[in-house]
Design a protein around this ligand. Structure first.
Ligand SMILES: Nc1ncnc2c1ncn2[C@@H]1O[C@H](COP(=O)(O)OP(=O)(O)OP(=O)(O)O)[C@@H](O)[C@H]1O
Length: 262
């Protein structure tokens, strides 16, 4: 596995009024890792994702991707760098097929230059055909082609999550953020999700996920970080971090016992 640092935060901080939602957090994620972010409700995990994907601008601190400072970039500038995300609440388009939902995600990469206005239609059609071909390839690769024309929002939760992940893949993302991907999934769906995430890692993707399901975290994460009231309590391998008394006291308790008994 390539162990170079892919994403790094330095003393990242955001304050909302009197709340330090993310407070001086420095973490680093290596290329090819599955990295988990855990912590109690309201600890700042989703805010951290929002900072890293250009939705929020930090009060102070820096974000580096492949060694480049991306702190001040906006979401539409970050996605083309090869960073994509899924959300805590599944955000698929109502009434649209699986194919259309994934195709839409490719549209940020469809470009045409102004001086070529006359040829724009031809160019657009070509790019659209290429995007459709890519989506069909993805559907085949991840055994979803039989669901191509199904309405995405009518499928079981596990498949909807998978479609969301495929939307992220369709953008060509190298680094994928997953915000509570196992939320609302049953144990079979969670096991399939873990397999999919492992497969993505094997294919060279780096995964940064937020999760409360400690069996999933223990099962697939190479490293984890723990947030508590916006502060980083610890970062490192699962066994080391989960034996840190501060972490146990702040968050783990029963969750940790459940994961250990698996
Ligand atoms: N846009 C905002 N404006 C004001 N406060 C915010 C905003 N976004 C987040 N917060 C606050 O920041 C803190 C961290 O919230 P965040 O949603 O990041 O927590 P979390 O760790 O993702 O929690 P959960 O596990 O419940 O999803 C909370 O106190 C929240 O109310």
């Amino acid at each position: 596995m390539n162990q170079s640092v892919l994403l790094e935060t330095q003393e990242l901080t955001i304050r909302f009024g009197g709340v330090m939602a993310v407070d001086n957090v420095s973490i680093s994620i290596k290329a090819g890792q599955i990295f988990g972010l855990i912590g109690p409700n309201g600890a700042g995990k989703t805010t951290m994702f929002n900072l890293l994907t250009g939705i929020y601008r930090p009060t102070s601190g820096k974000v580096f991707y492949k060694g480049n400072d991306i702190t001040s970039l906006q979401a539409h500038e970050i996605a083309p760098l090869g960073i994509s995300r899924t959300f805590q609440n599944i955000r698929l388009l109502q009434g649209q097929s699986v194919f259309e939902n994934i195709l839409l995600a490719t549209h940020h990469s469809v470009t045409y230059s102004f001086p070529e206005a006359f040829f724009r239609l031809i160019r657009y059609r070509k790019q659209e055909q290429e995007a459709q071909r890519r989506v069909d390839q993805l559907l085949q690769k991840y055994q979803m082609d039989h669901l191509r024309n199904e309405i995405a929002t009518e499928l079981p939760q596990g498949l909807q999550r998978k479609i969301e992940i495929m939307r992220a893949l369709a953008t060509g993302a190298e680094l994928i953020f997953l915000d509570e991907p196992a939320a609302a999934l049953n144990p079979v769906e969670t096991a399939e999700l873990m397999e999919l995430i492992r497969q993505l890692q094997t294919e060279g993707h780096t995964i940064f996920l937020i999760e409360h399901d400690m069996k999933l975290v223990k099962g697939i994460c190479d490293e984890i970080a723990v947030l508590h009231f916006g502060k980083l309590l610890d970062q490192g391998r699962y066994e080391k971090v989960t034996s840190n008394p501060q972490v146990v006291q702040a968050y783990l308790g029963r969750r940790y016992e459940n994961a250990q008994s698996s």
